[in-house]
Design a protein around this ligand. Structure first.
Ligand SMILES: [Fe+2]
Length: 365
């Protein structure tokens, strides 16, 4: 019910109420659907339980009215600045998080879409050496058409040389960890001694060559077990966007805008692919599958860059999450919209959030 109301209400609040100072539709529903919750635990989530959601017909009527008003504003009002971008990027973000919810639904409540799955051999584990150099994080306002407040401002970080896994950790790799007492990833199921993967709409024999989706805490446990650690946000940038000649590029593959051949993103699929499925997305250092096929966890807590200022159109967007308990993820998942794929984009979740499509890779000590 929240999602029925949230997207239209957010767009209406942002564009029409705050931007154009238009009259309200229903102040109480606008407040109810203003934003979601991010509970730190099940107990905290229960505090937000409410048995008194408005009737579906009421919410649908409200949502339809929001849509009419937003469309009218977009076609007739003088709109500039960040507000249209805010609503245009907010929407695909929630296409992704809504799929996280649908993924958890009882199968009888889903309306599945047919999809082929391909597994293959787990590529041999290998590491790529990334030389010392600078990583440019963030962007300056005006350098791109739009960026969220947490992406500002541009600054450089000196990064010592390191050695990073060529591919993200696969389900096959993780099996070895489970045999040594490692935890079960959230999307894995065990029946009669066999492992299966709960994909968005199916349950399939565990595809060994796909990246394993795990929580940040689980990723750290694996890294410690295997004698490595997670990359920092700056190290991810070095591995993905820098080159041995000292340049920095927009994407791992260069400066060409993201195309399907570069990686598994933008709803080409709902689920992962083998980690070596997109050689065209390889970075200048030979690191594969950095953007697409699952967000990548970093060891960096989500914090503001120097010069951070909460954005005018959505001041709570980032500022509420600078608590040291959320960690930065980079890249993209299969269901991350293409418009969200840019070097400076940062995503973040709690360390034990189990529903996110997030993979990881390790740095060798
Ligand atoms: Fe939202």
């Amino acid at each position: 019910m929240f999602y029925e109301g949230h997207l239209p209400a957010f767009s209406f609040n942002t564009l029409c109420v705050r931007g154009l100072h238009e009259p309200s539709i229903d102040p109480e529903l606008q407040r109810l659907f203003e934003r979601g919750i991010d509970p730190g635990s099940l107990d905290e989530a229960k505090r937000h339980d409410r048995g008194d959601w408005p009737a579906e017909s009421v919410v649908r009527r409200f949502a339809a009215e929001c849509d009419v008003r937003v469309e009218r504003a977009l076609s007739s009002a003088a709109i500039d600045g960040e507000r249209p971008y805010t609503i245009l990027e907010h929407e695909p973000m929630h296409h992704e998080t809504l799929l996280y919810i649908i993924h958890q639904l009882d199968r009888s409540l889903q309306n599945p879409v047919a999809q082929q799955h391909v597994d293959g051999a787990v590529p041999p584990r290998g590491f790529c050496n990334v030389g010392a150099g600078i990583a440019t994080l963030g962007v300056n306002p005006g350098d791109v058409p739009f960026a969220w407040d947490n992406e500002m401002r541009e600054h450089t970080v000196d990064v010592p040389a390191f050695s990073i896994a060529k591919y993200p950790v696969t389900n096959g790799d993780w099996l070895g960890f489970v045999e040594h007492g490692g935890p079960q990833p959230p999307f894995w199921r065990e029946r009669d001694g066999q492992w299966y993967l709960r994909t968005l709409f199916e349950e399939i024999p565990l595809p060994r060559s796909w990246p394993v989706y795990v929580t940040h805490r689980q990723a750290e446990a694996y890294a410690a077990w295997s004698g490595g650690r997670l990359p920092t946000e700056a190290e991810f940038h070095r591995a993905a966007f820098s080159t041995p000649d000292g340049l920095e590029r927009a994407f791992p593959w260069g400066d060409e805008l993201p195309q399907p051949r570069h990686g598994n993103f933008d709803f080409q699929r709902f689920d992962p692919e083998p980690v070596d499925a997109h050689p065209d997305g390889t970075s200048a250092w030979g690191v594969c599958d950095l953007v697409g096929n699952g967000w990548e966890w970093t060891s960096t807590p989500f914090q503001p860059f120097d010069g951070f200022a909460p954005m005018v159109s959505y001041p709570q967007y980032s500022a509420d999450f600078f608590d040291g308990k959320h960690f930065v993820m980079k890249g993209a998942s299969p269901v991350t919209g293409r418009e969200l794929i840019r070097r400076s984009f940062r995503n973040w979740f709690y360390a034990d959030y189990p529903y996110v499509y997030a993979k990881f890779r390790c740095i060798n000590f």
